[in-house]
Design a protein around this ligand. Structure first.
Ligand code: ATP
Length: 239
């Protein structure tokens, strides 16, 4: 199997305890991989480590086959884009201006591709509107456009539908499906909204207390995601 992301025996310790407790992860190329777990299970910590926003206490991870400790990891990270926590966009600028800045940061010289990118994320008609006047869904999609500016093969999204209204959730789902199917982007997405993940994910990783309890393909979740989750994790589901 061709994995774009792996983790083995990953630990993250804080003074108060362990956020990751020997976690493993295997994200196949071309997947929409849903990371499922309760609040505090360790999803954000894992994503922050993969994005180099935090260092693991112990353990290994690879991105496009390159070990996180190797020099080549910077180049491997250049092939991925991420939106972690609030999207990093400038409120006083338009969507297009935000993308122009990101292109400059990346040294990408094709500003004529910006309208197409805005179209792709459904912001093609926002014109002179400043980001501060965008809806939350529009802001999230702009965050994804910024993450896509480097034409990544892998996109990592931490809770992208959090706080979105039903329309925003549907638009986000369609966008992610389009990126996956038409552009071949592999997507790692964390969420605690099971219903939404069930409509989107091709693979799941169930995390609990900093450990990977199970990884499996959506096709192998026979009885439905909710039932499977309850059997696997037990206890209450804290929505
Ligand atoms: P959520 O869905 O609420 O975002 P999560 O699955 O993303 O949850 P994490 O945010 O990764 O979970 O947190 C995992 C555990 O690590 C939690 O118990 C959390 O309290 C703890 N933790 C996270 N960051 C820190 C920190 N900086 N210092 C101490 N403990 C932390």
């Amino acid at each position: 199997m061709d994995y774009v992301l792996t983790a083995e025996e990953l630990y993250k310790e804080y003074k108060g305890g362990r956020a990751l407790d020997g976690l493993s992860l295997h994200v196949p190329r071309g997947a929409i991989y849903g990371l499922v777990g309760k609040n505090g299970a360790g999803k954000t910590t894992l994503i922050r480590i993969l994005c180099a926003l935090q260092a693991p206490t112990a353990g290994e991870y690879t991105i496009f086959g390159v070990n996180g400790r190797d020099r080549g990891i910077l180049q491997a990270r250049g092939r991925m884009g991420a939106v972690v926590e609030a999207p990093a966009v400038y409120q006083e600028l338009t969507a297009e201006e935000n993308l122009r800045i990101q292109y400059e940061v990346l040294g990408r010289r094709e500003p004529d591709t910006i309208p197409g990118l805005l179209e792709l994320v459904g912001l093609g008609d926002t014109g002179k509107k400043k980001v501060k006047n965008f809806s939350l869904g529009m802001r999230q999609r702009l965050g994804i456009a910024v993450a896509l500016a480097g034409e990544p093969e892998l996109l990592i999204l931490d809770e992208p539908v959090n706080g979105l209204d039903p329309q925003g959730i549907i638009e986000m789902r369609r966008l992610l499906q389009k990126l996956n199917r038409e552009k071949g982007v592999t997507i790692l997405i964390s969420s605690h909204i099971l219903d939404e993940l069930a409509k989107l994910a091709t693979h799941y990783g169930f995390i609990d207390k900093g450990r990977m309890v199970e990884e499996l393909a959506a096709a192998d979740v026979g009885e439905g995601l909710e039932k499977h989750y309850m059997k696997l994790m037990g206890g209450d589901w804290d929505e």
